[in-house]
Design a protein. Structure first.
Ligand code: MF3
Ligand code: CO
Ligand code: CO
Length: 255
């Protein structure tokens, strides 16, 4: 599928969808506490998206995904299915929200600490956040996808972490996953040039140990092969002539 360049009217709809996705993460934060199940977090988000935002949770039934959000705990890398798992003190959990509003998608995820995290958990969470920020920072028309991958991979590896290869960022718009694929590793000066009006996600999955992953028998949940901790952050970004606009950050918030 070809890359889509958004018109100003479409960009405005992407801003709305991005805002709503970010607003779900803001809403759910106080609920992420020891004792809650990931299934309860899913239900709260589902009801908020459908009833308050009057939007659609994009993951629900997406290629058969059974829930409305993804919850990935500790050594789970991504696409964790919410369920009976009870969060406990010391867990780290990625909550990934994608909403559809007026035909357009907004996609964002954050890490949450349940109680006090271990030093290692704090570290991989910080490294993955810094990787995402370094990728976002250089986004502007004319930059190449390999430049983005390179800054992310360099930062991860300089900090003794590894980049998951099997999953990547993506174009986003009327469809959840559009071209191009935004790899989180690569070589400077290679790959497609970004063009003003493209909307993409940057969402590095960073492991504290080795990069290899494995799929659980549920056919969705991805985990690290060596059981090391993994962390991920994600934003939806508009490419502009002079730089970029992060569509999934709330006014006054940090990335
Ligand atoms: N939100 C994920 C992403 O960032 C995709 C989840 S697909 C699902 O691209 F089916 F697992 F929900
Ligand atoms: Co995404
Ligand atoms: Co996502």
């Amino acid at each position: 599928m070809a890359v889509t360049i958004k018109t100003p009217e479409e960009v405005e709809k992407m801003r709305v969808a991005g805002f709503l996705a970010a607003d779900v993460l803001r809403m759910i934060r106080p609920h992420v506490q020891p004792g809650i199940t990931t299934g309860e977090l899913d239900r709260i988000c589902h009801d908020y998206i459908v009833n308050v935002q009057q939007a659609i949770p994009a993951p629900l039934n997406y290629h058969g995904f059974p829930k409305s959000i993804c919850t990935s705990v500790n050594h789970q890398v991504c696409h964790g299915i919410p369920g009976e798992r009870v969060l406990k003190k010391g867990d780290i959990v990625n909550i990934d929200i994608t909403v559809i509003k007026d035909g357009f998608h907004g996609d964002t995820s954050k890490m949450f600490f349940v109680g006090e995290p271990s030093i290692q958990a704090r570290r991989v969470t910080q490294v993955s956040h810094d990787c995402m920020c370094k990728g976002i920072e250089i986004v502007r028309a004319g930059v190449r996808l390999g430049d983005i991958g390179h800054v992310i991979q360099s930062h991860a590896e300089q900090n003794q972490c590894s980049v998951v290869r099997e999953y990547c960022g993506h174009g986003i718009g009327r469809r959840f996953h559009e071209d191009p694929q935004v790899l989180h590793y690569g070589k400077p000066g290679t790959g497609m040039e970004l063009v003003s009006g493209m909307t993409i996600t940057i969402e590095p999955m960073i492991n504290a140990g080795r990069k290899e992953v494995r799929m659980l028998p549920d056919n969705w949940t991805v985990v690290t092969r060596d059981h090391s901790l993994s962390a991920q952050w994600e934003h939806t970004i508009l490419v502009t002539e002079t730089g970029h606009e992060v569509l999934t950050v709330l006014p006054g918030d940090d990335l």
